[in-house]
Design a protein around this ligand. Structure first.
Ligand SMILES: CC(C)(COP(=O)(O)OP(=O)(O)OC[C@H]1O[C@@H](n2cnc3c(N)ncnc32)[C@H](O)[C@@H]1OP(=O)(O)O)[C@@H](O)C(=O)NCCC(=O)NCCS
Length: 158
C-alpha cells in the first residue's frame, strides 16, 4: 500500500520532538533520549532534523543529520513500523540529501548495522557505498557498523 500524500518539514516544537522520541523508541534498541535531542537542538547551525507527516500521524518518521562545512553526517533515520514499506524512508533520504547538498554538503557519511539489510538496500539505491567498518560500534546487541559514503556527484534517485 502506498500513501496518497505526505509532507516533509523541519522539526518544530515540542509535539514534533515527542513524535521523534516515540519513533526512536519504536525503532532502535538504544534510542536517543530527550536530553540528547535537547542538546542537538541547541546547535541549530549544525543539527538538522526533518519529520515526515501523513494525515493520520504528525510524525510518521524522521531524519536527523549534522552539516559541518561540506560534510553531511546522517545520525538517525527511522519510520514508525506501521508506516514502513510505503516509500516514506526513501522520501526522507531524498529530501535530506537534496537539502544538505543545497546548503553546501559535498558528501554524506553514515553508519549502519552490518545486519540491517533494509536500510543498506535503501542507502545503496541512492548511491551510498561501503567506505569502511567500525568494529563493535553498536551495543545491544554488539555489532559492527558499516560506514557508508555518498559523494554528491555520485548521488542518484534523489
Ligand atoms: C530503514 C527504514 C527507515 C526504511 O523506511 P521505509 O519507510 O520502510 O522505506 P521505504 O518504504 O522507502 O523502503 C525502502 C526499501 O526497504 C524495503 N522495505 C522496507 N520495509 C519494508 C516492509 N515492511 N515491507 C516491504 N518492504 C519493505 C522496500 O522494499 C524498499 O526497497 P525498494 O523500494 O527497493 O523495494 C525503516 O525500515 C526503519 O525505520 N528501520 C528501523 C530504523 C533503522 O534501521 N534506521 C536506519 C539506521 S542507519
Amino acid at each position: 500500500m502506498t500513501l496518497d500524500s505526505f509532507t516533509i518539514d523541519p522539526l518544530v516544537g515540542e509535539e514534533d520532538l515527542n513524535g521523534v522520541l516515540e519513533v526512536e523508541k519504536e525503532s532502535f534498541t538504544n534510542p536517543w533520549t530527550r536530553e540528547m535531542y535537547d542538546s542537538e537542538l541547541r546547535n541549530p547551525n549544525v543539527c538538522h532534523i526533518y519529520v515526515v507527516r501523513v494525515s493520520a500521524c504528525r510524525v510518521a518518521g524522521f531524519c536527523a543529520f549534522w552539516l559541518v562545512v561540506d560534510q553531511m553526517h546522517i545520525n538517525n533515520l527511522a519510520v514508525r513500523p506501521s508506516y514502513r514499506g510505503r516509500g516514506l524512508g526513501s522520501a526522507l533520504i531524498s529530501h535530506v540529501l537534496t537539502e544538505a547538498f543545497r546548503l553546501g554538503a559535498r558528501f554524506s557519511i553514515l553508519e549502519v548495522r552490518r545486519s540491517n539489510a533494509e536500510a543498506k538496500k535503501l542507502y545503496e539505491r541512492f548511491g551510498f557505498e561501503v567506505a569502511g567498518t567500525r568494529l563493535a560500534y553498536y551495543s545491544n546487541p554488539v555489532e559492527d557498523a558499516l560506514v557508508l559514503r555518498l559523494d554528491e556527484k555520485a548521488s542518484k534517485n534523489i
